[in-house]
Design a binder for this molecule. Structure first.
Ligand SMILES: *Cc1c(COP(=O)(O)O)cnc(C)c1O
Length: 429
């Protein structure tokens, strides 16, 4: 489900017309649907209702304070990957006691900050890190709650840049080394309390099979660690994929339902149906760490067409958003549907490249794609840009960061101001 649809040939986010937001805030502009975010959160929560669980939203997918506030209010926990994300969660009213801290390269300052704030667990990615955590906690006279990230060596069958659960990835510790590590920790690391076990095999998984494979492989280990070391939780990670190739024409939900069971992409209900029975009898609290699933389809990036440039080989539509605003296509061949804010009377399709203004050939949003008519001056929405969109935006080419708007029903709120030229040089001496 998502909150974007046409009414009278004009694209809306819930009850707010996107063109009215463009008039007020300009382009490029990120727009998020609060209703969609909450719907996704609640559906996942519901799908896991058969087991004791907590949804820890992966902050890195979209860390705007208003998005975090919405989810904190809904009762979500948070999976963070930096001290900065912890800071954001706290500013948004989230509870550190419901935060798990992932990542292979935690610094001393981040560890100290997270210990002082009383986070739920450090999800540790190497023995070296665990020993360092023990040392820092000892200096502060504290006990650090920890879980080790197991690398189950399962192929998530996703883009190689977002696959994390194979032995050749930098993430986690080899499956076979885990039990021994918990033994050593119990004997040698007095300032560590092993609280759980964690895994995360990759992002944008579009079938349930790798999740099932990983859960089945690791469940006996989780059971063993509970018996021997009294761990209380198992985080099975995030990674639930979303549909990027959506059709607004037939309506997203109809498009979804028109697919036969076998070719239908992963649904959250299917995820729950397959995964929950395999977790039920462990007696552990199950954590999930979804990022993309919660916010991906809940956001769009609106951009204005500046020029149409007809070359000998191609036609380029040049828009005012670039890879600095949304890097997914350039970074990992991410696909975003491109739809006009106002449907034109001319319903013909043209094969075009939609490109940004950045001085990089990788700065495109699509290549040789059949798109509906839009002309210079018209605006289009890059769909499904709610996750790994704004958070990866940069000032490359000295372009100010775009503004962000959160829509709740009929109400649209500016939740981040567009950067000014002065903002660009702030902090430079
Ligand atoms: C990035 C990340 C997630 C979230 O991944 P999604 O694909 O956005 O659900 C969850 N857990 C960890 C450890 C991560 O690094």
């Amino acid at each position: 489900m998502h909150g974007f649809s046409y009414k009278n040939e004009s694209l809306f986010c819930d009850d707010v017309e996107l063109s009215s937001l463009v008039e007020e805030h300009g382009t490029p502009l990120y727009v998020y649907s609060a209703g969609t975010i909450l719907d996704h959160y609640r559906r996942l929560d519901q799908a896991l209702s058969g087991v004791s669980h907590e949804v820890a939203y992966a902050v890195k997918a979209n860390s705007n304070l208003s998005v975090l506030r919405l989810l904190a209010h809904e009762g979500a926990g948070f999976d963070i990957v930096s001290g900065g994300e912890l800071f954001r969660v706290i500013k948004a009213g989230g509870d550190p006691a419901h935060c798990t801290f992932a990542g292979v390269g935690k610094t001393r300052d981040e560890i100290v900050y997270a210990l002082e704030q009383g986070i739920y667990s450090f999800n540790v990615e190497s023995e070296e890190e665990l020993r360092y955590l023990n040392e820092v906690a000892g200096e502060l006279g504290m006990i650090a709650p920890a879980a080790v990230r197991v690398n189950p060596n399962v192929d998530a069958k996703t883009h190689k840049y977002i696959s994390t659960g194979k032995s050749e990835n930098k993430f986690g510790i080899d499956f076979d080394a885990i039990a021994g590590l918990y033994e050593r920790a119990a004997k040698e690391l007095p300032h560590i309390r092993m609280r759980g076990l964690q895994m995360h095999i990759g992002s944008q998984l579009t079938s349930v099979a790798p999740f099932v494979e990983a859960v089945e492989k690791v469940a006996p280990l989780a059971r063993q660690l509970k018996e021997r070391h009294g761990i209380e939780f198992w985080s099975i990670g995030g990674g639930i994929g979303i549909v990027y190739q959506d059709s607004l024409e037939s309506g997203p939900s109809q498009w979804w339902e028109s697919k036969a069971e076998g070719e239908r992409p992963l649904t959250i209900e299917q995820y729950g149906r397959e995964v929950v029975p395999r977790l039920k009898d462990l007696g552990l609290k199950i954590l999930v760490e979804p990022g993309r699933f919660i916010v991906g389809n809940a956001g769009v990036l609106v951009t204005r067409c500046l020029y149409e440039k007809k070359g000998s080989a191609k036609t380029f539509r040049i828009v005012d958003a670039g890879m600095n605003d949304l890097i997914r296509p350039a970074l990992y061949e991410g696909h975003h549907e491109i739809v006009p804010l106002q449907k034109a009377a001319d319903s013909s399709l043209q094969k075009v490249d939609v490109v940004g203004p950045i001085c990089e050939s990788g700065d495109f949003f699509c290549q040789d794609r059949e798109l509906p008519h839009f002309a210079p001056g018209d605006c289009v929405a890059l769909m499904s840009a709610g996750a790994y969109g704004f958070v990866m935006a940069s000032n490359y080419n000295s372009r100010p960061l775009p503004a962000e708007v959160l829509v709740e029903g009929e109400t649209a709120t500016l939740v981040r101001k567009r950067q000014t030229l002065d903002d660009l040089i702030e902090g430079e001496l």
